[in-house]
Design a protein around this ligand. Sequence first.
Ligand SMILES: [Mn+2]
Length: 326
Amino acid sequence: MTPLDLAPPGIVVNSMKGDPDEHRVGGWLAWDGKLEGLEAGLIGVPFDGASVVRTGARHGPDAVRQAFMYYTTFSSRDGRAMTALKAADLGDVKVNLTDMSATFTSISNAARALVERGIVPLSIGGDHWVAYPLLHGVTQALAGKRVGIIHFDAHHDLRKAHLGAESSGVPFRKALEFPGSPILGRNLVQIGMGEFANSPELLGYAREMGVTVVPQLEVAERGMASVVERAIAIAADGTDALYVSVDIDAIDQSQAPGTAAPNPCGLDARDVQAALRRIAQHPKMAGFDLVEIAPAYDLQGITARTGAMLVLNVLYGLSLSRADSG
Ligand SMILES: [Mn+2]
């Protein structure tokens, strides 16, 4: 079994842990050091060495952890808590900002180690390149099984390369093309592509590979609920596992300004909230990442709070699926 080798979380905001009426997220996610019985593991991936626009997402994991201080584990809509799910913040992947090859191995091994133990990895990046080693690790752990992907982003991230090298624009092409990849284009659904943010070559490649693309304006026309139901059907068709990747730049800049490429006409965070909650309830849900939160460009922590809320909705969805099955 792949060893799990992580650094402790850089920040743990848990000042009210002792108050039994608080139910703060930080208290719930505090890790007791045991992996046995865990169902979901939060990991930070503080690597932004592949960002070609603006760096800074290396500070995303701690910004999201800090934002957890505002929130609890209780769903007001459903009148239920998510604490039956065994989840913890396991710390950060040991990345090396000047060594992409070693960093690839560290990230891939972290995801692999968790999935091998039946733990759903919830990764907070980092720039979007990290989704490639994460997907690599997940597929290694699920050897012989097929994986479908639902990807929220303003961009396809299907580039072959940037000036010949890997970048934050390549992860999903890499995921489709690495040797032995069990990910087929027809099980990849991309939601939220922005206007005037992509190129004909990328859409052409997506079509050639059978990728389903739902641009932001189509989401606005059809509504997120129906888009998500179709996305689940496509990503789950013939696959054994579902992986979800969220680039925060899929979301409108009013709700997510702190990112490398802010999006003036992006998705509504409330729609993405509902979408993630729905997808995370799926029994095949096997991994999640949230990337491109860069606190240096943020305004008063808006983006980190949006990101924290999205992570909580994934955790809540997972808690509902576990409750349903047991
Ligand atoms: Mn992206």
